[in-house]
Ligand binder design. Structure first.
Ligand SMILES: Cc1ncc(COP(=O)(O)O)c(C=O)c1O
Length: 443
């Protein structure tokens, strides 16, 4: 038998010293994540934190209106990525050495920071994933195992493909039934139809909080209340809401909430699945491998506790730590002021676009934010996007991973400008000028 010669007390004293030394070093993850002081929302100042916004493309100052696809990163996050890979790189949860402990501390501190930011009850409810798509697939695979043939799932007509296809795959596998909540021509959910579709057979409602194509803000709280009355669980796709509104999962009372780090000023390849502990506990593991086990023998394996039960293999460690840094940044901002600002910016852009002859706005919900999608009569969206790019303006064109929604509106795609709090009214003015110029060239 192997005997450890270092007695526990000595080891504890040594660890304490090391911990204290590290606390004194700037940027050490052992400091954990910090609640930064709240700052006044001044766009000009906030822009300074985003180096990517200071560049020129084709000799023009970049105007970045593709935030729905991915957001730019603040210096705080970029520094943390650099710090992690240049100094602290190590695997987590199993190393005895200091670097491994530092990485583990950073990763777990990030989990706790995000838990607090979302107002989740416990850190065990925060599962790190690869992103929104991964989070939805996890729920479809694992929660899906608890479903029976004939059970019903409800999604809406405005979902991103990642909130459609995993459920279709589940329906093929488990013979469950997928039902679609229709929308009206303004791009709002038909809530009467929702009431009619919802029944005791409904086991899950999976709904986007804010539409990536239309900007529609869905009444998720009402949906959750109604679904719960009939015993159905609700998954909220927060890919487009986490960066625009203050999310409180306990106030929403959702059962699952998923989002991607890269859309909320963090790195790609990392995201979060929030789930209520009791529901996650009842769900079988999604993937098998290291870290998600308690004990493995060839006869039988027992699984680790939450959240590790759903985190098989070496995770995106730098991503996890730096996502916490993105939330640190976010927590210093005034989300109420930001919400108002972004809504006004999108309304301003929409009103200006609406003055162009032949322009059709796609998505005119009363309650919408941050996104303006449009088509121009006789002009392909791709051509407008290409000409805007040459004028230094980044927008998205195409179906935005919402092909059924495009079919509903009878169009192949749109031009989409999607805003973040670092965008300005002056940028919208330049965008409108550039759209006008593009239309004149293409007519
Ligand atoms: C509403 C919505 N859901 C899901 C996704 C998928 O996100 P990801 O590709 O980061 O997994 C997106 C991405 O655009 C989205 O906008």
């Amino acid at each position: 038998m192997c005997v450890c010669v270092l007695d526990a007390l000595k080891l504890q004293r040594l660890e304490k010293d090391l911990f204290r030394n590290n606390l004194n070093k700037p940027n050490s993850y052992l400091c954990g994540m910090e609640q930064l002081p709240k700052r006044k929302f001044i766009v000009r100042e906030i822009r300074q934190d985003f180096p990517a916004l200071r560049q020129q493309v084709y000799g023009k100052n970049l105007i970045y209106f593709d935030n729905g696809a991915t957001s730019q990163k603040p210096q705080l996050v970029l520094d943390a990525i650099n710090q992690y890979y240049s100094k602290d790189n190590a695997n987590i949860h199993r190393g005895v050495h200091l670097l491994s402990q530092k990485a583990t501390d950073g990763y777990e501190a990030s989990r706790i920071f995000i838990q607090k930011y979302l107002n989740a009850a416990k850190k065990e409810e925060i599962i790190f994933t690869k992103g929104t798509t991964d989070g939805i697939n996890l729920v479809a695979s694992s929660f899906g195992e608890l479903l029976n043939p004939g059970d019903e799932l409800l999604i809406s007509a405005m979902e991103h493909h990642s909130n459609i296809v995993p459920w279709q795959m589940l329906c093929e596998r488990k013979k469950t039934v997928l039902k679609i909540i229709p929308i009206n021509k303004r791009g709002e959910l038909d809530m009467e139809a929702f009431d009619n579709l919802l029944s005791e057979k409904t086991k899950l409602v999976a709904i986007t909080h804010i539409s990536n194509t239309l900007g529609t803000i869905n009444p998720v709280k009402t949906i959750i209340e109604k679904a719960h009355l009939l015993g159905a669980k609700v998954l909220v796709d927060g890919a487009q809401s986490i960066q625009h509104t203050q999310i409180d999962v306990r106030d929403l009372n959702c059962d699952f909430f998923v989002f991607s780090g890269h859309k909320v000023f963090g790195p790609t390849g990392i995201g979060v699945l929030y789930g209520k502990e009791a529901i996650l506990d009842a769900m079988p593991p999604y993937q098998g491998g290291g870290d998600m086990i308690s004990k493995v023998t060839f006869e039988r394996t027992t699984y680790n506790e939450l959240p590790f039960k759903f985190e098989a293999g070496t995770p995106h460690i730098a991503g996890g730590i730096c996502l916490g840094k993105a939330f640190e940044f976010l927590s210093s901002l005034d989300m109420v002021a930001i919400q108002k600002y972004e809504k006004e910016l999108a309304e301003y852009a929409q009103d200006m676009l609406d003055t162009f002859e032949g322009c059709r706005i796609i998505g005119e919900a009363k309650n919408k934010t941050s996104v303006v999608s449009f088509v121009m009569e006789g002009i392909h969206p791709f051509d407008i996007g290409t000409l805007l790019d040459k004028q230094g303006i980044a927008v998205r064109t195409g179906h935005h991973c919402t092909q059924p929604l495009m079919d509903f509106f009878g169009i192949p795609g749109t031009v989409r400008a999607s805003f973040a709090f670092y965008n300005t009214r002056e940028e919208v003015d330049k965008f409108i000028e550039a759209v006008e110029k593009s239309i004149n060239m293409l007519k």
